[in-house]
Design a protein around this ligand. Sequence first.
Ligand code: ATP
Length: 435
Amino acid sequence: MAQDTMEKLVSLSKRRGFVFQSSEIYGGLNSCWDYGPLGVELKRNVKDAWWKAMTQKHDNIEGIDASILMHPTVWKASGHVDGFTDPMVDCKQCKSRFRSDKIDLAKPCPTCGTRDSYTEPRMFNLMFKTFMGPVEEDTNIVYLRPETAQGIYVNFHNVRESARQKLPFGIAQIGKAFRNEITPGNFIFRTREFEQMEMQFFIKPGTEDGWMNTWREERFNWYLENGIKKEKLRFHQHGPTELAHYASDAYDIEYEFPFGWQELEGIHSRTDFDLKNHQQYSGKNLQYYDQEANEKYIPFIVETSAGCDRSVLTFMVDAYDEDELGGETRVVMRFHPKMAPIKAAVLPLVKKDGLSELADNLFRDLQKNWKVFYDESGAIGRRYRRQDEAGTPFCFTVDYQTKEDNTVTIRYRDTGEQERISLDKVKAFLAEKIG
Ligand code: ATP
């Protein structure tokens, strides 16, 4: 059942242009994916919604865009060079490779069913290495960042001073991260190249519990506001053995994917671990002078760390539905209008008698504000069905009555219901639904 849903989603993704396999004409590259015309719009909507929720709605959160390659000592200070490892085992029988913390080693190999066939766990560093400059030697090693957070920490004073922020304040960033995952998979859930949406909130030590509550609630609600079903979301608090080396408390927001409950976003209380280490390794003072309290300290950090691609998958899985409409089974992507790749389609009922021209005028007008789609080919029912699969929430159909009274039909994706609306009200309608 679960596999069935994922297979349908992967096939819809390719057919309709959400996500393609990377380098497909060469047989693909394992765990790498390309976003197609609909997928790239969806992904932009996810990023825009996050960026607005973080930087626009909070005047104490600033955005940055740091480089992917950073000074190699950053990754010493952060603990990644020594500690960013996963335990890896191989099945001696079929050579399949697993993360030993993700499978039960007492059970038979999930691939070939052999018992007691695993090698001893070995630690494997997940960072991708490359060389800076023409000489491939150890002194020139740089890493592709495995998370965006470090670009934020090292810019703490730059942002604080230039934006004249006082604690508590946050820095937000969206960008690529790379991890040489041992077992990538489940489509775009776990890949080796992905995008993160991270916000690091700098606070006074001792206030972290309150801020953890605030950000947990705010981030959970963000998914609900953007249409994710509440019953598919939950928190998972990390137990003492799960906590990362930098964290004093951590919650995952989990989503129930077809392959089970999995982490979607982490909310972590990181203490002063990050700035303290960067202060030590860089030799630069990363303390904050708190004017009100007249004291200096290294700020604590509460972070919200979400996967962008994983969010895209969540929005797709959550939206996917099959139902019966007009005696036919259809596939419909029930995206929240804010997330829908195409906000509306404009369809002339027929190509003749001036209907195309009228429809084209409406299309050009809407296009100034939103991503809209014009389609005049084929039977109207088929055109609706194509928009259902793309997740377009509204279709505006121009017909003969339009010529008489300047009204068009709105056809709603979710119910298939139709009603008439005056042409001059269409923009206000969309503005209200989409914002
Ligand atoms: P996991 O336990 O699944 O490996 P993690 O706990 O290492 O994840 P974090 O380091 O907290 O993950 O990263 C924050 C977020 O970045 C995750 O919640 C997830 O949404 C996203 N993320 C992490 N690794 C990947 C990946 N390989 N592919 C896609 N998204 C990822």
